[in-house]
Design a protein around this ligand. Structure first.
Ligand SMILES: [Zn+2]
Length: 351
């Protein structure tokens, strides 16, 4: 990625509590040997790790904040700092060879009184071998080396690893925080930004990936289809199933670790449409509606459904997502799903 890394805590979106904990440790010279950062993907764990590396190595640090201008800061911004290692899964896992390579680099003290920082992104993907090898380093951490492990849940790691790290929890980001970033930093319209922020479920990384890819166009297309469901024939429902099964299972936005816009996301879009309808039907808070840009359509559609039809439609979509995850026959799953959704939408005698 050619994008410049953020080296200052203040430039990381949200996560005030995590920044405070880490900043205090730096100021008091009490940085532990190892941190475990937990939280969903895309909330700033790696970014904070990189900012720590910058702070520890900055030549003109102000408080805990890196200057962003000295040679160390600039090397980190450009991804060329020799004492910063970010280890990511190769394929689906972090392999023992990757851990060994990091261990090799730790055999020597870092250059010129600096600090070496090793970030294990998605540390919970370490193979058993890799985790056991890594444990040895955690048991006898060399001086001036900081290990940072990122994971969604501590429960996904060996308890012996978790117990040797200082844990810092990263909360999902607020809708407003994500939307603000999309508007101010990416120039996205407020209304669209709010929809993306709600769909991103607290992950800025996911919101950015959705904003950069063709997700919005696909969302629009499939919501249009969802609106046709109550008036379509069985044959039309099957045609739509066929079209939907032609959607790629995943579609990675270039250079992003988030795979957005695949079949599961599209089924998710349909499920959220029904969830919104259900919310309006139950006269829930309008502010919780995700598809806020389609409020008029939602209000028109909600009159076409009874509560039970909406519940059952949601269950159908939930089952479809589970079936696709379990790699059941895509075409069959979608045919069944579309026919059932049509049946539910046209069955007006439900009370
Ligand atoms: Zn600096």
């Amino acid at each position: 990625m050619s994008e410049r890394q953020t080296v200052q805590f203040s430039r990381i979106v949200g996560q005030e509590k995590a920044k405070r904990i880490v900043g205090k440790a730096i100021l008091n010279r009490r940085v532990p040997h190892a941190y475990l950062f937990t939280g969903i993907a895309g909330v700033g764990k790696t970014s904070l790790g990189i900012a720590i590396a910058a702070s520890l190595n900055c030549r003109e640090r102000k408080g805990a904040e890196a200057c962003g201008e000295c040679s160390s800061c600039r090397q980190i911004m450009n991804g060329h700092f020799p004492e910063l290692f970010v280890i990511r899964p190769e394929g689906d896992v972090i392999k023992i060879d990757q851990i060994r390579e990091a261990q090799d680099s730790m055999r020597f003290a870092p250059m010129a009184g600096g600090h070496r920082v090793i970030i294990l992104d998605q540390a919970d993907t370490m193979t058993e071998e890799a985790a056991n090898a890594f444990l040895k380093t955690l048991e006898e951490p060399p001086n001036s080396n900081l290990l940072i492990l990122n994971a969604v849940e501590p429960a996904n790691l060996l308890p012996t690893i978790v117990s040797r790290c200082q844990k810092v929890r990263f909360a999902p980001l607020a809708v407003e925080t994500i939307a603000g970033y999309l508007v101010n930093e990416m120039g996205i319209r407020r209304e669209t930004a709010t929809v993306l922020a709600r769909l991103a479920e607290g992950s800025l990384g996911k919101a950015i990936a959705m904003a950069e890819g063709d997700f919005l166009e696909r969302r629009e297309k499939w919501l249009k289809r969802a609106m046709e469901i109550p008036s379509m024939t069985a044959t039309e429902a099957l045609e739509i199933a066929l079209e939907l099964s032609g959607e790629k299972s995943t579609s990675a936005a270039q250079g992003s670790k988030y795979e957005i816009g695949g079949l599961l996301d599209l089924l998710g879009v349909l499920a959220i449409w029904y969830r919104d309808l259900l919310l309006l039907k139950k006269e829930g808070a309008e502010t919780l509606v995700v598809n806020a840009d389609l409020m008029e359509e939602l209000k028109k559609f909600v009159r076409k459904f009874k509560l039970l039809q909406l519940y059952e439609s949601l269950l159908v979509l939930d089952q479809a997502q589970r079936d696709i995850r379990m790699r059941r026959n895509k075409a069959l799953v979608l045919e069944k799903t579309m026919l059932r959704l049509r049946e539910l939408a046209t069955r007006m005698d439900t009370s």
